[in-house]
Design a protein around this ligand. Structure first.
Ligand SMILES: Cc1ncc(COP(=O)(O)O)c(C=O)c1O
Length: 385
């Protein structure tokens, strides 16, 4: 049994989530439930592999062997029944860096890039920073669940170059169904829009839902699509900046790799490589326990909100350890709501508007923490009601 219950203080470890609280919230007196990493220890088998390497005292330049690609290929087969050729795996120092390299490799300034807000902010920030035009295809929300707006997409895809998909979706927690991905692909294929499927959250899926890897769809999509994976969310390794960009088309892969090299981003780091392989080679049992714990966390939050926090509505997550909370019934301006949450409830959450204007009135809450911390956070919320 893995112990996810023990609280591990993280202050003083240069960690964004705790050590930047003052900069982000103006006070250190908040339970930090924001940036997407977990307050759980990285699994022992990963730390052991890293310690083992440290027994050798020289940490010079290193390279990734074939095991890097194969460990991911085997993981995808075991976890998602997806068979890939390990050759299609390229490196990136992080998924967001990978998105940037893909943009630089396959689009020009002024090209239109479609994103589906509310969405993880770098999906629009990175294209904007590189002078691409961001085209918003907002998700539709019926008060319970988000779906894609295919009619709007059909119009916007006609002159777009690329679509960046969060599969599953951060922050709304949707696990896209196969038919939804097929419909999206059909529209993109018809309009020659390249699809980037970011599957960084695909290992954290709740019972009753099933992740469809983009690479499992019709092989004719392989010419113009790319999938991104990383062990960083699943095994809490975000500080190691190591991820994988899967590009089935060999010419596109060549162009991606040469762009990566042009910006000298191909090196990676020795500890990231070791952790990546250990995670994907040995992570199955640990992940099962993590998922069981997180599923309990979702139920704790969901029951508590339904019982005691009536004006707040939880969008039931199908994936990810991020809850998307609808505070619109409070009828408060965002700044006031945020200030109330920080100074009265002592909670550090992400404001929905960070994910696009469609997130106005919502908050994102990271529940990857011990149950006792989550319960305290929920009690704090009740107190402000
Ligand atoms: C959808 C999505 N993609 C990418 C990332 C970050 O990836 P990386 O740290 O590898 O750049 C996140 C982090 O929350 C995310 O939610």
């Amino acid at each position: 049994m893995i112990d996810f219950d023990t609280y591990i203080p993280r202050e003083g470890t240069s960690c964004v989530k705790y050590d930047l609280r003052y900069q982000v919230f103006g006070t250190e007196d908040v339970i930090p439930l924001w940036v997407a990493d977990m307050d759980f220890a990285t699994p022992d088998f990963i730390l052991d592999a890293m310690h083992q390497r440290l027994n050798h005292p020289i940490l010079g330049y290193s390279f990734r062997g074939q095991d890097f690609n194969e460990s991911l290929a085997r993981w995808l087969l075991r976890q998602h029944s997806l068979q890939i050729d390990p050759e299609i795996v390229s490196f990136s120092p992080g998924v967001v860096t990978g998105l940037m390299v893909l943009l630089l490799a396959f689009t020009e300034p002024g090209d239109k890039i479609i994103v589906q807000p509310p969405i993880y902010p770098p999906f629009f920030e990175v294209p904007l920073a590189h002078h691409r035009v961001v085209v918003y295809n907002p998700l539709l929300f019926d008060g319970n669940r988000y779906v894609m707006d295919f009619d709007d997409l059909s119009i916007k895809a006609t002159d777009a170059k690329m679509l960046i998909l969060s599969n599953p979706h951060n922050p709304v927690g949707r696990v896209w169904e196969k038919w939804e991905l097929e419909k999206l692909s059909e529209i993109c294929l018809k309009n020659d829009v390249m699809i980037i499927s970011d599957e960084i959250h695909s290992d954290i899926i709740y019972p009753g839902f099933h992740h469809t890897p983009f690479l499992s769809l019709d092989p004719k999509l392989n010419k113009n699509s790319v999938s991104c994976f990383a062990p960083s969310k699943t095994f809490n390794l975000a500080g190691l900046s190591t991820s994988a960009i899967l590009i089935p088309d060999s010419e596109k892969r060549r162009i991606y790799n040469s762009t990566l090299e042009r910006y000298h981003l191909q090196m990676g780091n020795i500890m990231g490589n070791i952790a990546f392989e250990a995670a994907y080679n040995q992570g199955e049992e640990w992940l099962k326990e993590l998922l069981a714990y997180l599923h309990q966390s979702v139920m704790i939050a969901s029951d508590y909100i339904a019982k005691h926090l009536k004006p707040i509505h939880l969008v039931q997550p199908e994936a990810t350890y991020l809850l998307w909370l609808d505070f619109r019934d409070f009828n408060l301006p965002t700044d006031k709501l945020h200030s109330l949450l920080i100074h009265q409830a002592h909670l550090g959450l992400n404001r929905g508007e960070e994910f696009g204007i469609e997130g106005k009135g919502f908050m994102r809450m990271n529940i990857a923490c011990p149950h006792a911390v989550l319960e305290k956070a929920l009690h704090n919320l009740r107190n402000i009601l």
